[in-house]
Design a protein around this ligand. Structure first.
Ligand code: NAD
Length: 483
């Protein structure tokens, strides 16, 4: 890996301001999904190291919470600036461990920095209330206090920004944090910790543990010092963590899986809809929680959309994300590739037509050819489940009522997209979609200034915006009598 600042490539965990290995000395290998070549190793930690990280975060909490919001804001702002200054190295690191094209890696890193910067500012606006007293001689206040030590568990598909979103909000309001990143992509997380240290974050405020997910997750879930679990990942693991966090009644935020509908109505701007669908579907090789999973196209525009969308899909360039011009990198691991192959095989057996792709890519390894499937129906798994790969299933629909029913027929409720120009239809559909986020005539949805999150089995809680701090705050009501 070619980094200007090689100190950003950390191969140890970060506990209480120290770079440390596992108690057993055990390590985990991390490879480059584009080449299968080993990048480096990280400690294979378990419950004992996690407990130490939690205790460090517990000891650091009173001091960090006692700082003024402005003092915390200054450190977080410096952290965001350092991330921006090091974006080139951080992008190489991310592409090497995760596979996404360099331009997308840069975009993710800058987005993470923007969340931290946003929360550095928002942390200074955590106001309480004065409530008009119901009786004489009283004063009633509501104060907002940090929840305490938080445990954050994050996925591999956005290895930097998923941590930045959580850490920005948590640290800005005075919480301390133990983060467990995915062991598939730990280096982006460790580089963030290195920059946080350089920014002046005190020891123990941010800790990173890496290793065996179950014992680390259990320690975070059951340890009474931890007051909140914030998780981004699959719905299955989210449910597990919810049940475990219940044992000590922890506060929880869950950013879980999605099954986003992407709807193209007859009155849509066809070229804009094609561009939006390409962006939404194929970004990160289709491995995003908010990516279009099912593309519903109204019958009057179906053939025209399918032709243009297929041509645009054929224009994507599959390859190593470090190579210039690559738009579509590899899938994260062999399991992900096998899942995509299985889903496409099932769809074609049930009658779906391959308009382009439909096979592993000629490059071999973990590369899959960007694929468009036509004549897809509701009983196929490409429509029912998260594909998490570069496969776009096209489903034909008749009218508005028909597509609202189809789009909402899922346990997920994260993001939805639609293209239409009729004003009445735009309002009706935006209101009828049972999703936490709806994009109208846009293919991208995340920004630090707006609340990101899902409903139904896509989770609870919001990241970003003025609402993003609420998940790391508890309310205290104080009443004064005898006045
Ligand atoms: P995953 O649930 O397999 O893993 C997420 C994290 O949980 C990883 O760090 C993993 O090591 C850890 N983990 C796994 N088993 C655990 C256990 N028993 N106890 C504690 N931790 C455990 O998900 P993934 O494959 O890394 O990520 C893809 C999923 O994440 C997709 O479903 C995607 O939709 C979702 N996601 C959601 C959002 C969102 O904001 N809603 C964002 C990105 C990804």
């Amino acid at each position: 890996m070619n980094l200007t600042d090689t100190a950003l490539f950390r191969q140890q965990a970060y506990i209480n301001g120290q770079w440390v290995g596992a108690d057993t000395g055990g390590t985990l290998a991390v490879d480059n999904p584009a080449t299968g070549v080993l990048i480096g190793t990280v400690p294979n930690m378990g419950a004992a190291e996690t407990r130490r990280a939690i205790e460090a975060a517990g000891a650091a909490f009173p001091l960090w919470a006692a700082k003024t919001a402005k003092e915390r804001s200054i450190i977080l702002t410096r952290w965001a600036e350092l991330i921006v200054q090091n974006v080139d190295d951080l992008a190489v690191l991310m592409t090497s461990e995760q596979g996404k094209p360099l331009a997308e890696a840069r975009g993710e890193i800058l987005s993470g920095a923007a969340y931290i910067q946003w929360f550095a500012e928002e942390g200074r606006r955590v106001y309480g209330d004065v409530i008009p007293q119901p009786r004489g001689g009283q004063r009633l206040l509501v104060v907002k206090q940090p929840v305490g030590v938080c445990g954050a568990i994050t996925p591999w598909n956005f290895p930097s920004s998923m941590i930045a979103r959580k850490a920005g909000a948590a640290l800005a309001v005075g919480c301390t944090l133990v983060v467990k990143p995915s062991d598939l992509t730990p280096f982006s997380a460790l580089a963030l910790a290195e920059l946080a240290e350089r920014a002046g974050l005190p020891a123990g405020v941010l800790n990173i543990v890496i290793g065996d997910a179950a014992p680390i997750g259990d320690e975070l879930s059951f340890n009474p010092i931890v007051k909140k679990i914030t998780f981004t990942g699959s719905t299955a693991v989210g449910k597990l963590l919810l049940s475990k966090a219940a044992q000590t009644v922890k506060k929880v935020s869950m950013e879980l899986g999605g099954n986003a509908p992407f709807i193209v109505f007859d009155d849509a701007d066809l070229d804009a809809a094609v561009a939006g669908a390409i962006l939404s579907k194929f970004r990160n090789a289709g491995q995003t929680c908010v990516c279009a999973n099912r593309v519903f196209v109204q019958e009057g525009i179906y053939e025209a959309f399918a032709a243009k969308f297929t041509a645009a899909t054929q224009g994507l360039k599959v390859g190593n994300g470090l190579d210039t011009g690559t738009t579509t990198g590899p899938l994260i691991d062999d399991r992900a590739l096998a899942k995509v192959e299985r889903m496409v095989a099932e769809a074609t057996e049930k009658g779906a037509r391959v308009l382009t792709g439909g096979t592993k890519h000629a490059l071999g390894g973990r590369f899959y050819t960007p694929t468009v499937l036509a004549d897809v129906t509701g009983e196929m798994s490409v429509v029912r489940d998260e594909i998490f790969g570069p496969v776009a299933p096209l489903v034909r629909f008749k009218d508005e009522a028909d597509v609202i029913r189809l789009a909402n027929d899922t346990d997920y409720g994260l993001a939805a997209y639609f293209y239409a120009r009729d004003l009445g239809r735009v309002w009706r559909v935006a209101e009828a979609l049972e999703y936490g986020m709806v994009a109208v005539n846009e293919g991208a949805i995340a920004t630090e200034v707006a609340p990101f999150g899902g409903i139904k089995q896509s989770g609870m809680g919001r990241e970003g915006s003025k609402y993003g701090v609420d998940d790391y705050i508890q309310l205290k009501f104080v009443t004064f009598g005898g006045i």
